[in-house]
Design a protein around this ligand. Structure first.
Ligand SMILES: *[C@@H]1O[C@H](CO)[C@@H](O)[C@H](O)[C@H]1NC(C)=O
Length: 326
């Protein structure tokens, strides 16, 4: 029998019957790994803690160092904050599930997780394109940089990114969960992602596909095109620079961003731009792990490892802490 989660949770609380539906979804996750789940647990626990500490460290370092109070680092703080929320939405629950056998998030829990996940994903697309725009202005219009990228402009760009993510995904998630669901409530995945739940909807889903496609094209591909455009302009400016040293320096200010964009959009395109028919849950488990658990750990590393400004700020902060203790 088809059932609609939104209406069903309502009628279940009204009538107090139909236990199987009120029990919520069953996340199958990695249970096929059996004893190996413990190994995966340990590995993911370490990665999660490193991701948390790395991103917190970046936020602290930037907040504490006036030399890093520039638009690029303002966006980086926002991105690190986003990454912490993003991985915390999925990883702690996954860690518990790897240890405990029964995984039954209630419908509302599943819906909230999907809403948070998609909102943060969309916001990240927009933030990454705001960061690309920042790099474009810095390299192609350096004389106007401070007037164009004022504090207000940065706050506005970040604010718009968060608003777009929240509005578009609230609408999509609410609509999605008002559709009828059929058959088994087992989700062959480790968290409430769009793709596996989409498979459980039994209404005619062409509307859903069109809505999903519209959101993807507008808010995922749109920012991507803006990023591409920025980099085309950036690269054409860089190759015209007279000195090799100048070219190297200009490029080094955007290389971290370029790596982060490639990682994010690479996994995003592999997962969500595939046609629905070629989707198999098992093949997507590992790539999902990559973008929910591993990438949030990589971003702080990418931004700090070869960055002299961050190294300098780190040294200064350490010295200050040590001297203030003596
Ligand atoms: C990110 O940007 C938004 C919008 O400007 C702002 O309200 C929020 O405080 C920022 N978050 C952090 C952690 O800086």
């Amino acid at each position: 029998l088809p059932f609609s989660p939104l209406q069903m949770t309502y009628s279940v609380s009204e009538l107090g019957e139909n236990q199987t539906i009120s029990d919520g979804f069953i996340l199958v996750g990695f249970s096929y790994l059996n004893e190996l789940q413990i190994l995966l647990f340990l590995l993911l626990l370490v990665i999660y803690l490193v991701a948390l500490m790395g991103n917190l460290l970046i936020i602290l370092l930037i907040k504490l160092n006036p030399s890093l109070h520039t638009p690029m680092y303002f966006f980086l703080v926002n991105l690190s904050f986003l990454e912490i929320c993003y991985t915390t939405n999925v990883t702690p629950q996954l860690l518990v599930h790897l240890l405990v056998d029964h995984h039954m998030p209630p419908f509302v829990g599943c819906m909230v997780q999907m809403l948070v996940f998609t909102t943060l994903g969309l916001t990240e697309c927009c933030l990454l394109s705001a960061m690309a725009y920042d790099r474009y202005v810095a390299i192609c219009r350096p004389l106007h940089y401070t007037t164009i990228m004022s504090g207000q402009a940065c706050a506005l760009l970040a604010g718009v990114s968060w608003t777009i993510g929240l509005l578009a995904e609230s609408a999509e998630t609410m609509w999605f969960f008002s559709l009828p669901f059929c058959g088994s409530n087992r989700i062959p995945h480790f968290f409430c992602d769009i793709r596996p739940i989409e498979k459980m909807v039994c209404a005619d889903t062409w509307m859903n596909e069109i809505l999903g496609l519209t959101v993807s094209v507008l808010f995922i591909m749109g920012p991507f095109v803006l990023i591409l455009l920025s980099y085309i302009l950036i690269i054409s400016t860089i190759i015209k620079l007279p000195s090799a040293e100048g070219r190297r320096k200009a490029f080094s200010t955007c290389s971290s961003h370029l790596v982060v964009v490639t990682l994010f959009y690479g996994t995003c395109i592999i997962t969500y731009m595939k046609p629905k028919s070629s989707y198999t849950p098992e093949s997507d488990h590992w790539i999902s792990l990559l973008y929910t658990v591993v990438t949030p750990m990589l971003n702080p590393l990418i931004y700090t490892l070869r960055n002299k400004e961050v190294h300098g700020a780190f040294r200064k902060t350490l010295e200050k802490t040590i001297f203030s203790h003596n």
